[in-house]
Design a protein around this ligand. Structure first.
Ligand code: SF4
Length: 394
């Protein structure tokens, strides 16, 4: 017998799983969903209702716009004091493949970014045990000097805590963190990326990335950045040893922090949430399969529905693939990130680390998915462009 189909509130959505009806009603009424309801969304077979609902919410925020940007990544060094189990990127000093960029190398990268018309340089690296704090401020200043208009988004919360330690401010707690971020802003830092969040759970932390900062410290760094007026993003690395319940807790904690920032009228905010699928590679967790396509779609849709106070959900094409990012645009995502070029973090073991999409490729992917492509800068302002010359519209 065919199961009954619930009465249609929106002809676009045919609710096949009656358990989802109250959730659909809540979301449409603008009522926040709970972690328990998030779990129901993870467990339902009615993926179409889930994705259609996330699409409704995404369209309320952004209509049919889908964002991309023209950016360049600089992974200044893969030498890292830590050895996170899921990480395929880090090397120990003197290990084959270990590298670090000189300031001259950074200048060349900045020149290349400028000549290509990039609006953003995204910088992250390992926790290098010996580079002094001045390396990081010099790095930012060097880019500023060569490309003063390019937005510098740099250093995960994990790196910021490392910088506090190496600049002897590690014992000053949040004051030390604020002081480090202040120095970086002074050098030209424009915002913080969202990396290093992984999954905010002590069990997962102790098993998969012991030694890295815990969730609370990650949040403290982002709060300090927000209080100093910087916007930031937040990631969630999923599909390894964490459970769906732990993912939902991660989403709730981010939602609560954004509420707090709004209530306290703090200038900086989380701009975008970026779910990142675990890619086994040759990491210590390479025996795990990583998340499948449907899990990726579910996760992006649930992130859109849970994080009702964060404007953007990014389908990071370089880890999701362009094809999956297209699907994700129809399931809650509104941004597919940028042209990138040389993204080492997840591709170090492959034959090439050259990861690049042309603007034409990105725009075509967005149009094929049924949306209107809009180039944005790091702060989600629209970009007006004439070749490599650009300006922001608002
Ligand atoms: S994830 Fe980051 S901190 Fe952990 S080993 Fe890799 S580079 Fe180091």
């Amino acid at each position: 017998m065919t199961p009954p189909i619930a009465p249609l509130q929106n002809p676009e959505i045919r609710i096949k799983d009656p358990l989802l009806e109250p959730i659909v009603e809540k979301v449409r009424a603008g009522v926040r969903i709970t972690e328990t309801e998030g779990l129901q969304l993870y467990e339902t077979n009615d993926i179409w209702t889930l994705c259609s609902l996330a699409d409704e919410v995404r369209r309320k925020w952004h209509g049919d716009i889908a964002y991309y940007n023209i950016n360049r990544h600089i992974n200044y060094s893969n030498v890292c004091a830590l050895s996170c189990k899921f990480c395929d990127f880090y090397r120990k000093k003197d290990q084959e493949g270990a590298y670090e960029y000189s300031i001259e190398d950074i200048k060349k990268e900045a020149q290349g970014a400028k000549e290509s018309g990039a609006t953003e340089i995204h910088i992250v690296g390992g926790l290098h045990p010996w580079l002094p704090f001045s390396y990081y401020t010099d790095l930012i200043r060097a880019i500023r000097e060569i490309a003063p208009d390019i937005h510098i988004k740099a250093f995960t919360a994990v790196e910021i805590v490392h910088l506090a330690k190496i600049s002897k401010r590690g014992r000053d707690g949040n004051a030390g963190i604020s002081s480090v971020i202040h120095d970086l802003i002074d050098a030209g830092l424009g915002s913080l990326p969202g990396g290093g969040a992984e999954v905010f759970d002590d069990r997962v932390h102790d098993e998969a990335f012991r030694g890295k900062i815990r969730g609370q410290q990650w949040m403290d760094v982002h709060r300090a950045a927000h209080e100093l007026g910087l916007n930031s993003n937040a990631t969630m690395l999923y599909g390894h040893i964490e459970s769906r319940v732990e993912r939902l807790r991660h989403m709730s904690l981010l939602r609560e922090e954004q509420d707090r920032a709004n209530e306290d009228s703090i200038e900086g905010k989380f701009q975008a949430i970026i779910p990142l699928p675990f890619i086994p590679g040759v990491s210590e967790l390479s025996h795990l399969p990583g998340p499948g396509g449907l899990e990726n779609l579910r996760t992006i849709a649930i992130v859109r529905l849970m994080l009702d106070n964060v404007p953007h959900v990014k389908a990071f094409w370089i880890m999701q693939t362009i094809q999956m990012a297209q699907h994700m645009l129809q399931c809650g995502a509104d941004d597919i990130d940028g042209t990138v070029v040389w993204y080492d973090i997840t591709k170090v073991s492959s034959s090439s680390t050259h990861q690049e999409c042309t603007v034409k490729d990105l725009e075509r992917a967005i149009i094929d998915a049924g949306f209107t492509p809009v180039e944005r800068d790091t702060l989600y302002r629209k970009v007006q462009r004439n070749g490599t010359d650009w300006s922001v519209l608002d």
